[in-house]
Design a protein around this ligand. Sequence first.
Ligand code: FEO
Ligand code: CA
Ligand code: CA
Length: 629
Amino acid sequence: MEYIGNVVQAALSRRGFLVLVGTGLSLPWTSAFSKSVNFTGIRPDTEDRLVVPPGFEHKVLIRWGDPLKNDKPLDWNRIYQNGPTQEDVEAQKHCFGYNCDYVGFLPLSKGGALLVVNHEYTNPELMFADFEPSDRRPTKEEALLMLEAHGISMVELSKHRGEWTYVKGSSYNRRITGSTPCQLSGPAKGHPLMRSSYDPKGEYVLGTLNNCSGGKTPWGTVLSCEENFHSYFWGDDRKVRHPQAGLIREINYRYGVPGDFARAYGFYRHKERFVVEKEPTESLRFGWVVEIDPYDPKRPPVKRTALGRFKHEAATCVVAPDRRVVVYMGDDERFEYVYKFITKGTYNPNNREANMELLDEGELYVARFDEDLTGRWILIARCEKSSGNDYRVIPNPDLPEPFKSDPVLCFINTRTAADILGGTKMDRPEDFEWNPVTKSLWLALTFNERRTRFQTDRANPRAFNSMGHVIEIVEEGQDPSAKSFRWHIPLLCGLPKAKNPAKQLLLYGKPVKGNTPPISAPDNLTFDRHGNVWIATDGNESTSRLGKKDGVYVLNPFTRELKMFLSGVPGCEICGPEFSEDWKTFFCAVQHPGEGGKGGSRTRWPYGDGCEVPRPSVVAVWRRDGRAI
Ligand code: FEO
Ligand code: CA
Ligand code: CA
């Protein structure tokens, strides 16, 4: 296997990992320089088609069921009509998974690239004709196929005549699924709550689940985030027999385990580890950030417990001026928090291996947003290796029992520690990303229609926030390792001409002019080389929002213009916005096309091959004239 090499290091560095910070820089929102977004904006629509601006082309790169090895694709029509067989379950282990979310582009020094894609969840009502949403009882083979359709795919890409295709049979191609062994690492490894009947030492877990968004590390690994893991565990919490049953129940309650959705996946009917009373600690072994090495197919996935346990949306790495690595993370549920982790060690750009355990030691913080547009990072706990495999964990001294006597709980029951320490409860924190041009953080808060008018604050200013908003955060001195920050709200989503002020689109606090498109439910974010903020949405279709399909929007933070770049297909959300290293190709994931219908009733996108059901797919978009986007 090829070593990552200097080419990759240079490419990754260029994307903003090496932050050379000066204190005399002007604030992002006072910067005058700008590059306008050079395309004709489109409008949200409702048709069964994917739309990109005039002068752009798009193609489907890889779809659910496409083979990663040199074998056949899944036989989706037969699977839909007759239900899957055990052979189909085996085949899914080597085919592209369902509901693609995060998309990471990692260049190869030999040319070409690797694409790392998360598979967040499955839609049995679209995959199997006999699945009744009201009954929610998938067959054994349906449940097991869905377990294998979760996780992560890594595929090699090559470029011919300006167009990317995936390389079938590449030795880099690899699936990690809901049953692939993953190592546990960091302070919670070996903790009594991390031990299970199949893993009495608390060292590994079968599978990773609900991999939502993610991020790349400066050393060329990928962080894949376990989000709604509660959706897979079912059973009777009251029947848990365990020396720490009371504590397990408390933690489960805070994280929503068991989760009602578990019945639609049905894993618990066929695998005892998903039954809470049979395997009481298994749910505690999900909800982590998983580090994977796409360049080395033999390296197992590692759950990095120092990054805390919650419903992780994404994880964005930035290198601080002193070369410590900072990881920004959101917990995507209503009234949850944003976090950051600062490594103890420093990034070594000259020795890749020396960085491989950087994420095991450091400090975990939760954010508090204050009414004066400043904010603080509140320490939850610090962890470091003491001797051998042992960790010393020093909790915030304000934390009571049981955190004082068992401080590893700061990492396992992170939400409760953050409650006690007074983090700010946000409107569903999705992506939390560092813009290398503005040197500020952009946080998407997708929506929270359950916030009452008694619960608003300046950072979450709307009661019944159905549209969502975006916050920009500037760390003190633009230093990611700072303990304080300033913030403001550049985007309150909504309709340009809404009569209800709670649904009105405001850019930088002002009503919009001209033909600015409506936008709602901001979710995943990325940035182009000019610092424009690319926003993918998840929820526009709801009648309480736009009643139009989800898409991709571009906000220019200098000219304060908003345009729409891409409109998806019925039922889908758009995820994983990402650029190729030459900025000529834009990638995104079209997740759950057809959701809200049954089988192909809403759409059969991306069509072709006589397929009767929609297939979640990754799309590439480029300029017809071949220039950078
Ligand atoms: Fe999986 Fe928060 O979106
Ligand atoms: Ca998301
Ligand atoms: Ca979402």
